[in-house]
Design a protein around this ligand. Sequence first.
Ligand code: FAD
Ligand code: NAD
Length: 465
Amino acid sequence: MAEQKFDLVVIGSGPAGEAAAMSAAKKGMRAAVIEKRPAVGGNCTHKGTIPSKALRHSVKQLMRYNTQPVFRALGEPCRLSFPQVMESVHKVINYQVEMHTSFYARNRVELILGEACFRDANTVEVQLQDGAVEVIKADKFVVATGSRPYRPGDVDFHHPRVYDSDTILEMQHTPHSMMIYGAGVIGCEYASIFAALGVKVDLINTRGSLLEFLDDEISDALSYHLRDMGVTVRHQEEYAKVVPTENGVIMEMQSGKRIHADALLWCNGRSGNTGSLGLENVGLEANHRGQLTVDEHYCTAVDSIYAVGDVIGWPSLASASYDQGRAVAAAIAGRGHRVIEDAPTGIYTLPEISSVGQTESELTAAKVPYEVGRALFKHTARAQISGERVGMLKILFHIETHEILGIHCFGAEAAEIVHIGQAIMKQPSPNNVIDFFVNTTFNYPTMAEAYRSAALDGLNRVMRL
Ligand SMILES: Cc1cc2nc3c(=O)[nH]c(=O)nc-3n(C[C@H](O)[C@H](O)[C@H](O)COP(=O)(O)OP(=O)(O)OC[C@H]3O[C@@H](n4cnc5c(N)ncnc54)[C@H](O)[C@@H]3O)c2cc1C
Ligand SMILES: NC(=O)c1ccc[n+]([C@@H]2O[C@H](COP(=O)([O-])OP(=O)(O)OC[C@H]3O[C@@H](n4cnc5c(N)ncnc54)[C@H](O)[C@@H]3O)[C@@H](O)[C@H]2O)c1
């Protein structure tokens, strides 16, 4: 049995693991990454962020072709099958794998392909793909094993018409109808994708409104636009039984309804990948969702074992995972590190949604005196030119200090647009004020112009008080 020793060993090559390893190597540590898949990139690259965003991009292009009058001179609206749009997705995944693989050699981070299991707090056994077992020792370990779709025991995920967000990428046909159970971020994003492909979608939400953490106005806009695309949104529904049949899936609801569709996409929750890590050998225990608890240094209850990314739960974002990876390497090296707790929201529904800071409900509950400045995309020259007129930017700011408290946006490129406001919002006082947007000249025509319009709208309201 071969044995190797490192300063730091990371388990998992997703955003969190890769960032931790690269960052540690740049700080002079001898680092290795263990990955059980045959390729690096994590679930982010192979099953989650990258495939869903590439899929959504292709579908959005198709939707634009089919809805923009200018393209009618080229022909009638067209349809693409799910496997057809998946072809472009595989290309993006391959580019990503190639690029991420190159980082390992360039930074002299050893890549070990196999499944890691703790033997003790400074040793893991790695089951290599050829069946051999390697023993790896390290001063410190970072668990970055990510998450997988939660699968309740009473749903048959082996049935060919029952999918989760991993297996949906292998679907070989385009169903006429689909029910999506769970209207969290994944459910809403896939509802947009399938509706844009012409699939009749039932989106079943176990809660009272869509994405309750969003500002109410944005959540309402999402409901409106999903329904406008033909999605049936059902709130406050819980399944009682899932009955897959030869030609479809029936979901019996606790409310007594029976919903039928050609296929079911299950999007209700994710569990941390800790089951096969041998945590019992190091005295660690995961919670009921398979997640590990860490302190402000991303250290678990065992001082040689750290954890970052989806495996520690909230916010479970690729964006935050990259930052947590860098932070844990800094923490281990004893250099100052940032605790990641202010990640913006970027939701790639159609329309796109993005926000940073507090919502109106939160500010009202906290009794903060605030005002709102709004700009509708349809009133900007850029949106009129691009034809992407759906959308709104709203800035929440303190009535007295003008400090920006929240930015909420939906519409084309919302996830990019929000960062303009975020950059100002994060400035130290007194530079974090809404007045910046009226005292600065923006390129024209741009979507950034919406900031000026929203700021003028908000400041006009305050002046009228
Ligand atoms: C459909 C979908 C869409 C998403 N969209 C977005 C988005 O738009 N924006 C965003 O910010 N986030 C998005 N996310 C979330 C994002 O993908 C995750 O937050 C991110 O992948 C977490 O990164 P990670 O490094 O913690 O783990 P992962 O990406 O899950 O990678 C973990 C890796 O660890 C490996 N591993 C597990 N156990 C072992 C073991 N014992 N030994 C060796 N290797 C092991 C796995 O094989 C995997 O490669 C999305 C998620 C899904 C499912
Ligand atoms: N654009 C983006 O940023 C993006 C896109 C997709 C997914 N994601 C991330 O992926 C994560 C998963 O999203 P989602 O839509 O599946 O779900 P979600 O986190 O909204 O959860 C859906 C429901 O499942 C329940 N649940 C969660 N985990 C469970 C578990 N292990 N066992 C039982 N119930 C559980 C939750 O309480 C909730 O009622 C989110 O944290 C999200 O941030 C982000």
